[in-house]
Design a protein around this ligand. Structure first.
Ligand SMILES: C[S@@+](CC[C@H](N)C(=O)[O-])C[C@H]1O[C@@H](n2cnc3c(N)ncnc32)[C@H](O)[C@@H]1O
Length: 307
């Protein structure tokens, strides 16, 4: 099994889940309106050719794009809708924060996230991309091969959330703990142990100036709509070497964020976003994750401990 996993990694990258979500974003980057939720010229280049075929078909537009939207949405139990819309929802929250003056963003478990390049709003904003070094190398290789590069202002921080101190790594790479930060933890907590989630939030607390925000997705136990589907999804995750370890209830998340000095401002699912962005809920939509956006208090110095 170990050898098979190694071979798989060579083809699809160190994190299959990062490649799959990037492929879904590539598909929706090529969709006609109103489905084009995260335009990105480099999106298809970030994934292996075999994963970019839906994006190539969608580029033709018309009936092919509509068929892909509904077909892949149904076949993936709504995962393709979910990933496209969650990225859009996080982009909206990020733009709002940058509009209010936030100048520092940390992508926790960045994977093949290309926000720093595709969002014009982030020009002049420092973006820290945190992930395993192997994933960062893979992203850099793919961008280079397609003639793209990371924008100036992006700082890579290589850590393992299970072992390393996030606050120390970020400060060593130049994060300012005196500037409000927008933290993004998209599609990651479900793969981490409860201890790693707590340790990461403790680092977030230590490094967050007042008026910081965190946008994080979390998966509730038995999400997707029942124990049998949940069982299938967790078995697949184990098979590809990225087991589900950090499912959280809303109450557990509220407590963990509270310990980090953050309180939840909103907590939404794909049903909310589909209504808002597409004006309708497509058939087959399921709750894979929820997106919580939480804020630290505006009071100067509140909940702030020197790193
Ligand atoms: C589903 S991907 C999401 C990637 C990205 N946030 C996105 O939405 O495109 C999960 C990411 O978490 C990273 N990850 C998982 N466990 C990790 C750990 N222990 N330390 C560092 N990164 C980890 C993986 O390498 C992968 O890039």
């Amino acid at each position: 099994v170990r050898t098979d996993q190694n071979r798989l990694r060579e083809i699809v990258g160190p994190s299959l889940t990062a490649t799959v979500v990037a492929a879904i974003r590539a598909l929706y980057a090529e969709m006609p309106e109103p489905y084009r939720v995260a335009p990105d010229e480099a999106a298809s280049a970030l994934v292996p050719r075999a994963f970019a075929w839906p994006a190539r078909v969608a580029r033709r537009g018309g009936a092919s794009a509509a068929a892909l939207h509904v077909g892949l949405g149904g076949a993936s139990l709504g995962l393709t809708y979910h990933v496209a819309l969650r990225t859009h929802a996080i982009d909206s929250a990020l733009r709002e924060a940058v509009g209010r003056g936030t100048r520092q963003v940390v992508l926790l478990g960045a994977g093949l996230d290309n926000r720093a390049a595709r969002l014009g709003d982030l020009a002049g904003v420092r973006v820290f991309e945190v992930d395993h070094p192997s994933t960062q190398r893979y992203k850099a290789q793919r961008l280079r091969a397609a003639g793209w590069s990371q924008p100036a202002g992006v700082v890579e921080v290589a850590i393992d959330f299970e072992r390393d101190r996030l606050d120390e790594a970020l400060l060593a790479r130049g994060l300012s703990e005196r500037t409000p930060t927008f933290w993004i933890w998209e599609g990651v907590t479900v793969y981490l142990t409860p201890d790693a989630i707590e340790a990461t939030l403790e680092s977030v607390r230590k490094c967050s100036a007042p008026e910081s925000r965190i946008a994080l997705t979390y998966t509730r136990p038995s999400a997707i709509g029942g124990r049998s589907l949940w069982g299938v999804a967790t078995s697949i995750a184990r098979l590809i070497g990225e087991p589900v370890r950090g499912a959280l209830t809303r109450e557990e998340l509220t407590r963990s964020l509270g310990r980090a000095g953050f309180s939840i401002l909103s907590d939404e699912t794909v049903f909310d976003w589909a209504e808002r962005v597409w004006g309708r809920v497509p058939p087959g939509l399921r709750e894979w994750e929820r997106l919580a956006i939480a804020g630290s208090p505006a009071l100067a110095g509140a909940n702030k401990v020197a790193c």
